[in-house]
Design a protein around this ligand. Structure first.
Ligand code: XIL
Length: 670
């Protein structure tokens, strides 16, 4: 089941993007860097056999020359009496756990059959239980032409049997398939020469990722361990996963994910104990098997089911999960009282929330209990959420925190609105977390790019830069920031709100760092493509004469080393807009004595104030700025030098600092 909802993709957002497009036409990113796929299996049906394909159950599968996508032959399936029947091929010998494969097959209905929709799926069997993973969803097919079904699949479970199959969403039409391929692109190594997100952000908050089984094996696990301090099971703790049938709990996937986190010293956010989605129908079915109506008896029954569910799920992970999204998405700002008319609400009023928080607190007394929602930046929704949390806390309901999902996009919302969101909840005395952040490259449902245009990736990087700069300023309020996924190869936005390839995270489909990653870690390394709206060179204000404040004490050269230390500083304003600018500062050791740990100092001539700095730590007192090295660039050896970047505010003039010192040694400036 998918979450279906619309979010306000404002006219403004669309206009903004259109304006960008008008000055800088969107061009697809060249795919030249991608390695060639390796084909593991192909079925062309040219040799007059079924090439290992068979029927799923009772229908008939035969080689055919009545239609062919290429060559002369295809595989025809006839005699279907159920929509799930169709051609299937064992893949156990070909498909390795943890590798991401592309499956592709061409489908055409037999002559005379009415149009329908076809699907491509994988069946996996473990210990006698079958599970079905959809690779390509219901796609229109006809008898008039071939349609390619192409999708990706990663086997993340141990299996006894595994097969791909084609079926129809409805009807029993006879169908041809042809030119099936199973291929994979050899994985690129996980980068080890870039800073770990968890370390870059360590002083501010733990950084987390939503994960499923594919993320805890192979390269995904390596990437996850390296960069993240926290995980959220994306689906494995939801009600439909943990208690699909009343009283029958299933924790195989959740145990594996939580166990991985525990083994690797990661925190776990428990998501989610109650929601209006992904909740099995039995929860709201009365004793006679009918959908519940709001009666006293049904209220009692549904609350006791809620209590039982929470006792079991929270009880299982009591020690290892220290934060729970107890309630997910309970606000509807279009209601006068702000409360979503979910089945929970219809049957119990606010009592479902009172019960859920009370029981969760009883079972996990030290866990932080959250109410989590999307669009909490939208003022109307934010304020309704505030009112609910204030009311519940006033009643003594143990709500400890507010989770902001932050499913946002490259043009929405503004930083100011996001800051207002955070500021609003401060007086309540609750913790806040960013719980499901992703930044879609799309601003309306009609857009679709097979691979993300470079300009959009750059815009996205600037959004990540600005949003993380904001979060870091609110690090006293924000106790964790979680991204809704690990890398762009596996994101829920590929199917929500419409099916298309999205790229909302910090790592690309090959697990490599994107410009967005650098937006968080070091914005000076965002793809330097000049943007027409940003001036690439320092602006024309005349450089005033240097006024170094706080006379530095020169470090005697030679201390702690044999040679002489001298330095050069290059200072460039890389972008400027009304009230703000971005600058890059490069420090080079031009002497022959390396420094271990360094401090760079300068004074601004025009009252500029730094708001964020990367690749170092900073202090600003009045006009004087002191920048210390970051953990990874403390060694300043003769040679290429280190780069620092910052964002700052200015007004009136934005003159360059005239003098720089490293550890008290004046540097040459250019
Ligand atoms: C999404 C999952 O990522 C998908 O795999 C699933 O099909 C639907 O739910 N808000 C939430 C999350 O609170 O639970 C949703 O997760 C995304 C929106």
């Amino acid at each position: 089941m998918r979450a279906i909802r619309t979010r306000p993709l404002t006219g403004l957002a669309v206009l903004t993007l259109a304006a960008v497009a008008a000055v800088a036409p969107l061009t697809p990113t060249p795919a030249a860097h991608a390695a060639d796929p390796v084909v593991v299996l192909s079925s062309t049906f040219e040799d007059g056999t079924t090439e290992g394909w068979r029927a799923r159950g009772g229908e008939s599968v035969t080689p055919s020359t009545a239609a062919a996508h290429s060559g002369a032959g295809s595989l025809l399936t006839t005699g279907r009496t159920q929509s799930w029947q169709g051609p299937t091929r064992d893949l156990l010998a070909q498909l390795q756990k943890g590798t991401r494969y592309t499956l592709s097959v061409h489908v055409r209905l037999a002559a005379g059959e009415p149009a329908t929709r076809a699907r491509l799926s994988v069946q996996r069997d473990t210990g006698g239980t079958a599970a079905y993973d959809q690779v390509v969803g219901a796609t229109p097919v006809t008898a008039d032409g071939w349609v390619a079904l192409t999708g990706t699949y990663t086997l993340a479970h141990d299996v006894d049997a595994l097969s791909a199959y084609v079926e129809t969403a409805d009807g029993t039409a006879a169908l041809h398939i042809d030119d099936f391929t199973l291929s994979y692109v050899p994985a690129k190594p996980v980068q080890t020469d870039i800073p770990a997100l968890r370390e870059v952000l360590a002083d501010d908050f733990p950084i987390g990722a939503a994960i499923g089984m594919p993320q805890i094996i192979g390269n995904h696990a390596t990437l996850l361990r390296r960069h993240f301090a926290s995980v959220t099971p994306g689906n494995a703790l939801k009600w439909d996963a943990t208690e699909p049938v009343e009283g029958q709990f299933r924790f195989a996937d959740a145990d594996a994910l939580v166990g991985f986190a525990a083994d690797n010293g990661m925190a776990v956010r428990g998501h989610t104990l109650l929601w209006h989605q992904q909740t099995p129908a039995w929860v709201f079915t009365d004793a006679t098997g009918a959908p519940m109506t709001p009666t006293a008896a049904n209220k009692e029954l549904v609350l006791s089911r809620l209590e039982g569910h929470i006792r079991t799920v929270v009880g299982r992970y009591g020690d290892t999960i220290d934060t729970w999204d107890v309630a997910n998405e309970v606000i509807d700002e279009s209601q006068a009282d702000g409360l979503r008319r979910s089945r929970w609400y219809e049957l119990t009023g606010l009592d479902y929330l009172r019960t859920a928080f009370r029981v969760a607190r009883e079972v996990a007394p030290t866990a932080k209990l959250y109410v989590n929602d999307y669009n909490t930046n939208v003022p109307a929704k934010r304020d309704k959420l505030y009112a609910l949390v204030a009311q519940l806390r006033a009643e003594g309901v143990p709500v400890d925190g507010v989770g902001h999902q932050m499913h946002v996009n490259v043009a929405w919302p503004s930083i100011a609105e996001t800051e207002a969101m955070l500021r609003t909840f401060v007086p309540l005395g609750v913790e806040q977390q960013i719980t499901e952040m992703d930044v879609s490259i799309y601003t309306d449902d009609s857009q679709s790019y097979p691979s993300p245009p470079a300009e959009l990736l750059r815009t996205q990087a600037l959004r990540y830069r600005d949003l993380f700069a904001l979060y870091r300023r609110y690090a006293d309020e924000i106790t964790s920031v979680t991204l809704w996924g690990l890398a762009d190869d596996d994101t829920w936005l590929d199917s929500f709100p419409v099916a298309r390839k999205d790229a909302p995270l910090l790592f690309d489909t090959e697990l490599q760092a994107k410009p967005a990653y650098w937006g968080v870690v070091d914005p000076s390394r965002i793809d330097p493509t000049p943007s027409p709206t940003v001036s690439p060179s320092p602006t024309g204000s005349p450089s005033p004469s240097p006024t170094p404040t706080g006379t530095p004490t020169p470090t005697p050269t030679g201390t702690g080393g044999t040679g002489v230390f001298s330095c050069r500083v290059q200072y460039a304003v890389t972008g400027q807009w009304p009230g703000g600018f971005q600058a890059a500062v490069k420090v080079t050791n031009t002497g022959d004595r390396p420094l271990t740990g360094w401090t760079l100092r300068w004074s601004f001539p025009d009252g500029q104030r730094i708001t964020q700095l990367w690749n170092g730590t900073y202090r600003q007192e009045g006009a004087t700025v002191e920048v210390g090295n970051a953990a990874w660039n403390g060694r300043l050896a003769p040679g290429p030098g280190v780069d620092v970047g910052f964002l700052a505010g200015w007004s009136g003039a934005n003159g360059r600092p005239g003098a720089f010192q490293v550890d008290g040694t004046p540097c040459t400036v250019d």
